[in-house]
Design a protein. Structure first.
Length: 361
């Protein structure tokens, strides 16, 4: 595993060093402005100066861990001078450690690191990288930062704070090797991580593996091709059926007038014939459409004769092997709202005939 370790930048003039730790070996140490990421970079640890993140320790023996963390956040917010981002963690028994940082500092540092291809997994105050001593004070440095760590405190190494908190104790110095080991441990098991809440790391959502996405693309492509082919087949069938009906209609029209050469001419002559009889074309079309719809839905029913008079009546002779089939067609015509009269009879073959007249409602 590769670990990237750097310091949290706080200003435009701040150019922290960046290290790459591979199998315990530290490499780099060049400035953030010159950092170039590689695919093997897995975890990123950013260390915040003690002066930028205030650490607190609280004890809530009567509360559950999650409740204690919530109360700790509230108390830190109440004692802060302005808006702060707070992270808290129950660490042992009834002890809760918390850290507060200004949201503007957090936003700036994350944006600077992100511009260089570093999206920190862990943002931790320097003082919480150091193990807590029991009866003494330690001093640690990292990339120009210095912190004094004691029992339940982590403060910047400044004279006024030394006099106030450390007093006459002489801090023990954490050497570079031990400090690097502590940073690696913090990168694996941090005591606290400021990347939570509104600053939690948002991982890009991966929709399956590369091979799965490839198969999804193939399936979608196959579906689109299949849909297009089905549409083409449907269109071809429709065109073929329309052509066949036009051919039959043309043959019927040519029996009446041999000079008709195509279906367009037949329709034009039909329009003229209807106009001469004083009958609107729109009345013939719906009557015949209603008739053929009903005949099609009734098996074994056929049309033997069809006449359209100048009075707007469509006269039809329907034929079927039995009366039930004809009745089904008649019911369909009436359900469509047409006004009908029907007179049943039989022909010499025994088939049932119906002399039907239809008119618009």
């Amino acid at each position: 595993m590769t670990l990237i370790v750097t310091r949290f930048p706080v200003s435009d003039a701040d150019d922290p060093a960046v290290w790459r730790v591979v199998d315990g070996e530290w490499h780099g140490g060049g400035p953030l402005s010159g950092f170039i990421g590689i695919d093997d970079d897995t975890n990123v640890l950013a260390v915040v100066a003690a002066s930028d993140a205030r650490c607190n320790w609280s004890s809530f023996p009567e509360l559950e861990p999650k409740q204690a963390e919530g109360v700790a956040r509230i108390r830190v917010a109440e004692h802060s001078l302005g808006d702060v981002h707070i992270a808290a963690r129950h660490i042992a028994d009834d002890l809760v450690v918390s850290a507060a940082i200004a949201p503007t500092v957090m936003e700036y540092g994350l944006s600077r690191l992100t511009l260089r291809g570093l999206n920190p997994d862990i943002v931790i105050p320097l003082g919480l990288v150091i193990d807590e001593p029991s009866d003494h004070v330690v001093r640690a440095e990292f990339d120009g930062l210095a912190v004094l760590r004691g029992a339940h405190f982590a403060i910047p190494d400044e004279p006024v704070l030394r006099d106030l908190i450390v007093q006459d104790k002489t801090p023990e110095v954490v050497d570079d090797t031990e400090m690097r080991n502590l940073l690696v441990i913090a990168g694996e098991h941090p005591m606290l991580n400021l990347r939570e809440g509104v600053f939690a790391k948002r991982e890009p959502r991966e929709w399956g593996s590369a091979s799965q996405r490839k198969w999804v693309i193939r399936l979608v492509g196959a579906l689109l091709v299949t849909t297009m082919l089905l549409g083409l087949v449907t269109w071809s069938k429709h065109k073929s059926a329309t052509s066949a009906e036009n051919e039959r209609a043309l043959v019927a029209a040519q029996k009446i007038d041999p000079s008709i050469s195509d279906i367009t001419q037949a329709e034009a002559q039909l329009d003229r014939a209807l106009a001469q009889k004083g009958t609107a074309k729109g009345r013939f079309a719906p009557l015949t459409a209603g008739l053929w719809r009903a005949v099609k839905s009734a098996p074994n029913v056929s049309v033997r004769e069809l006449r359209y008079g100048p009075d707007g009546l469509l006269s039809v002779v329907l034929a079927a092997p039995d009366a039930n089939s004809v009745n089904k067609a008649l019911i369909g015509i009436q359900q469509d709202g047409f006004r009908v009269t029907a007179t049943p009879r039989q022909d010499n073959s025994g088939a049932t005939l119906v002399d039907l007249t239809m008119r618009m409602p």
